[in-house]
Design a protein around this ligand. Structure first.
Ligand code: ATP
Ligand code: SF4
Length: 381
């Protein structure tokens, strides 16, 4: 993770998280609550938009919790805001609104020593291992630098050599001597990503933010890298955020799955439930565009209501649709979907969906637009 930052920040002192979340057993390490990120539109683009001061609403009101020993997948189409969430959690961007907490205590964007202290707990792995490793430096250089930055290089050459070998062993690149003096271009894509993971592990972090960690790798080696991350999670009790546009891999790899659409979180729950019994119409469309032979949709496998996911595009995030952002594409949109943003509605077994279809309140009946039989939760199961 880059060490160059531009703002001051504070890292909470170590200590147990004052977590009272039901079902998480106090295992929450990193959490976001009501976090938004708006990027001001550049002057050139502003001129095209009539000179108005506007912003890209990349992330709006996002809340999530990452727990020790657990993988949380963040799934969504390109441009839905997944990477921005990872960068906010990594403190690479300051949030426009909301709060990020480490061990229950708020943190804010910073630089220098304070940022390095934060990086000891939270590390980011990027999609492209070739771009994230400097081509003129060897594996030894990259790992030694990371160990030194985080004060884990030992006190002499022998201790450093031991720490380097342990790191490579941790990512299953053995014997270490075969890889230590190699340059990035001498390694395969999978080996390069393993080196990038080893570099992140040099900090001995508690949280790994993995931004599309396998999407640039050959299909044949993706599974190996995901299995490695799972092994690290289990052995080191890591909290992992796994960002992907491939919802099928989330089912295989993640304990919990969160779905994002146009900057907002729309559904969450355990991965098996979200991928087998998706509640939100967008999740159904996402699944329909990623056929999974094991999936039991009960609706013929078309993602629900016969909608064609390729029929329309995600909205502009400069002026996102009012109400539910998915309403221009949603085959089940009701009148109030165009006006009011749906809150999270709790479903069975910890699953939730931000969709008016699940509003069982009296307001819904009064509005006269409660879901017709067969269009709501039942249609997905
Ligand atoms: P992908 O899978 O393609 O990486 P994503 O879901 O990770 O997409 P983001 O990269 O977070 O999405 O982008 C969300 C939105 O924010 C996009 O519209 C993007 O153009 C915009 N965006 C991201 N970073 C910036 C930035 N630094 N300045 C302006 N707009 C940005
Ligand atoms: Fe569709 Fe309305 Fe639900 Fe949005 S809130 S997903 S528009 S039914």
């Amino acid at each position: 993770m880059s060490e160059e930052r531009s703002e001051e920040h504070a890292v909470p002192p170590p200590g147990p998280a004052p977590d009272s979340t039901p079902g998480t057993d106090g295992r929450v390490v990193l959490e976001a609550e009501g976090v938004s990120k708006h990027f001001p539109v550049r002057r050139g683009a502003r001129a095209l938009l009539g000179g108005e001061r506007r912003a890209v609403h990349a992330v709006d009101d996002v809340s999530l919790r990452l727990c020790r020993g657990s993988v949380t997948a963040l799934v969504g189409e390109s441009g839905s805001g997944k990477s921005t969430v990872a960068r906010l959690l990594a403190q690479l961007y300051p949030a426009t609104a909301g709060e990020i907490r480490l061990d229950g205590r708020p943190v804010r964007a910073g630089r220098g020593r304070a940022f390095r202290a934060y990086c000891r707990h939270v590390q980011l792995i990027f999609q492209d291992p070739f771009a994230s490793l400097n081509p003129v430096h060897t594996v030894r250089y990259h790992l030694t630098r990371a160990l030194r930055i985080h004060g884990r290089a030992g006190s002499g050459a022998a201790e450093l050599e031991k720490a380097l070998a342990a790191l490579l062993e941790r990512v299953q690149l053995t014997p270490a001597s075969r890889y230590l003096d190699a340059f990035p271009h001498e390694l395969s894509g999978g080996q390069r990503q393993r080196v990038a993971i080893a570099r992140a592990m040099a900090a001995d972090p508690r949280v790994l933010l993995a931004d599309e960690p396998v999407s640039m790798l050959d299909v044949s080696i993706r599974l190996g890298v995901l299995n490695l991350l799972r092994d690290l999670k289990e052995r080191l009790d890591l909290a992992i955020l796994y960002i992907t546009h491939d919802i099928a891999s989330a089912r295989y790899f993640a304990d919990e799955t969160l779905v994002m659409y146009a900057g907002r979180m729309v559904e969450g729950g355990d991965s098996e439930t979200v991928t087998q019994r998706p509640a939100h119409p967008y999740t159904r469309l996402l699944l329909a565009s990623a056929p999974d032979p094991d999936r039991v949709t009960g609706d013929g496998g078309d993602g629900g209501e016969g909608a064609d996911p390729s029929a329309s595009e995600p909205p502009s995030l400069i002026s996102p649709p009012a109400g539910c952002r998915f309403h221009p594409r949603c085959p089940l949109a009701m009148e109030r979907c165009r006006e009011r943003t749906p809150p999270r509605f709790e479903l069975d077994g910890g699953q939730w969906a931000a969709c008016w279809l699940y509003d069982t309140s009296e307001d819904a009946s009064a509005a006269g637009d409660a879901p017709a039989a067969g269009t709501g939760r039942g249609a997905a199961s």
